[in-house]
Design a protein around this ligand. Structure first.
Ligand code: ADP
Ligand code: MG
Length: 559
């Protein structure tokens, strides 16, 4: 091995393997991914050159160029954006940047990904999709502002290794050169490139250009025609979020979603509106249909892409959406913010908090609407993102009642796999029932097998089944729903059977005393219970004790 040869990280090989062998459909998306990277690179150069003029390097027009060379069998995607230094190339094109590699590998090998290879889109692996159509990929790049001599050439045949060498490059930016596979030669054809750009990258802000040859009448001899090569822009470059709703097709909405989210699947819902008033802004937000694998990771990026007067300021503006709505993707553009906003400024900017409030309201309203209009779609949404949304009960005190309306639970009265809302539970509740009963458990079957449920079963009382590990915290955070208290089926004294119990207490008083004495180091109290039917005894937690499952969770966390 020569010194400039590097091995890919294991997860990259795994991704490449999936890309090349499992993703057969829609190979043309490689172009969307490369154009999207080129556009990101120009965004960065443009943004950085606002404060450092030298990075613009004389200020030629920002653009993305497609160069098809039929003789060589190569397609080049060229940009004049920020470029890559050697270190950046090693990091960006040899690893997959995120935490939790082990879990990530497990996920890659899971059935879910094997059956839905499109899921790999979310992993931030766009660049590697080039290998779906190319036997060899070469990247020639120079960082904006660096000397022409300090450029690099990166190359790989997807055989587990890549090389990286020094080279010279007069212009800043990156050339991605694909040596196309035999069965991908159509991507050298003008009409094919035109079609793919139109379909997937029409809204890209910068011109995507290509040299096309046209014939025109020869001015010398009208009978003849001459060939002329002109640079043509293939995309319409309209910022889709600024367009009128009526001008946008579902396909366009979906394509733009894939651009901002890196997801390969269509979104579940589109939220597109323009707010006018004290603060003016346009928002195009999406509710995805699949949960990204890293939504519970620490470094998961929250918030929409922020534009100010058509300039992308940051790709995730976390000050614009609460963390419990972090599944929402999209773009917000406002002219009411300065171009040079920093994250620090955004944290306590009044305009930003007005926008955040508005977006939060809109997303919660959309979910409520979805629940009302299409229970199945909402059920799917909840399956994917319910756990995240639920965090809002804990973190957004002001809106906890609105969020409570959006919760779904299984219960002893729902069919397996079906869920109920709290409102529906209340509707079914007999007039004399005062509390909302719930039981926690790792899954429905084990919760239903609990002896604590015996009395509820006998009396036909519905009990909500909560299977998420933090449900107990969520429910105590919520406290009540429509003035009804939540009561754990495993905790404290239940209101059921009071009278019956008084009589039994007299009858068994001596036995209770004896048991209390014998067990005094082990339990706080011994009581007659109205809740057991088939079992002789059971242990219950005190009213203010933590749920036994929570105790276990805290123990596991070492607390
Ligand atoms: P993502 O775009 O989601 O970050 P990709 O796999 O598409 O993931 O790209 C990986 C990284 O490679 C990018 O984050 C960027 O740092 C770098 N990169 C790819 N293409 C370019 C380019 N044309 N110019 C500069 N950097 C690029
Ligand atoms: Mg990308």
């Amino acid at each position: 091995m020569t010194s400039n040869k590097h091995a890919f990280k294991a997860e990259v090989n795994k991704i490449l393997d999936l890309m090349i062998h499992s993703l057969y459909s829609h190979k043309e998306i490689f172009l969307r991914e490369l154009i999207s990277n080129a556009s990101d690179a120009i965004d960065k150069a443009r943004y950085e050159s606002l404060t450092d003029q030298s990075l613009a390097e004389g200020g030629e027009e920002w653009k993305i160029q497609l160069i098809a060379d039929k003789e060589a069998g190569t397609l080049t995607v060229r940009d004049n954006g920020i470029g890559l230094s050697r270190d950046e190339a090693v990091e960006a094109l040899g690893t997959i940047a995120h935490s939790g590699t082990k879990e990530f590998m497990k996920l890659l090998e899971s059935r879910e990904v094997k059956d839905n290879p499109e899921l790999i889109g979310q992993f931030g692996v766009g660049f590697y999709s080039a290998f779906m159509v190319a036997d060899q990929v070469t990247v020639v790049s120079r960082r904006a502002g660096a000397d022409a001599k300090h450029a690099i050439v990166w190359q790989s045949d997807a055989d587990g290794t890549y090389t990286i060498d020094d080279t010279e490059k007069a212009t800043k930016g990156t050339d991605v050169i694909l040596t196309l596979k035999e069965d991908a030669k159509q991507f050298l054809e003008e009409w094919e490139l035109r079609k793919v750009v139109k379909q997937y990258s029409d809204f890209i802000e910068y011109p995507v250009v290509m040299d096309v040859t046209r014939s025109k009448p020869d001015p010398e001899d009208k009978e003849k025609s001459i060939e002329e090569t002109v640079e043509e822009t293939l995309n319409s470059r309209k910022a889709i979020w600024l367009k009128d709703k009526s001008e946008i097709s579902t396909e366009e909405y979906n394509e733009f979603y894939k651009h901002v989210s890196h997801d390969f699947t269509d979104p579940a819902r589109v939220i597109h509106y323009r707010a006018e008033g004290t603060v003016e802004f346009s928002a195009l937000l999406y509710i995805p249909s699949k949960r990204p694998f890293d939504i519970f990771y620490q470094d998961y990026k929250v918030g929409p892409t922020l534009y100010v007067r058509r300039v992308q300021i940051m790709d995730h503006c976390e000050a614009m959406l609460p963390s419990y709505l972090r599944f929402v993707k999209g773009v917000v553009e406002s002219a009411d913010l300065p171009l040079n906003v920093s994250r620090e400024i955004l944290q306590d900017n009044r305009t930003v908090s007005v926008i955040k409030k508005n977006l939060t309201k809109k997303v919660l309203e959309t979910l409520a609407e979805m629940k009302k209009e299409d229970a199945e779609a909402y059920g799917n949404f909840y399956e994917q993102f319910g756990r995240v949304l639920k965090e809002g009960i804990h973190h957004d005190f002001e809106r906890r009642e609105t969020i409570a309306e959006l919760l779904l639970f299984e219960s002893t009265k729902t069919e397996p796999g079906k869920k109920t809302t709290l409102a529906e539970y209340l509707e079914r509740m007999p007039a004399d029932q005062k509390e909302i009963y719930y039981i926690t458990g790792t899954d429905r079957a084990s919760a239903e097998a609990s002896p604590y449920l015996e009395v509820f079963k006998e009396k036909g009382i519905e009990v909500l089944i909560m299977t998420d590990d933090f449900d107990d915290i969520i429910i105590s955070g919520l406290g009540t729903y429509k003035e009804k208290e939540f009561q754990s089926a495993i905790k404290g004294d239940l209101d059921l059977d009071k009278q019956d119990k008084e009589e039994k207490k007299k009858e068994f008083g001596d036995l209770l005393e004896l048991m209390k004495e014998e067990l005094k180091d082990l339990v706080a109290e011994v009581r007659i219970s109205g809740r057991l039917k088939d079992s002789a005894v059971c242990l219950v937690a005190g009213e203010h004790d933590l749920d036994p499952k929570m105790v276990k969770m805290f123990q596991a966390m070492g607390q």
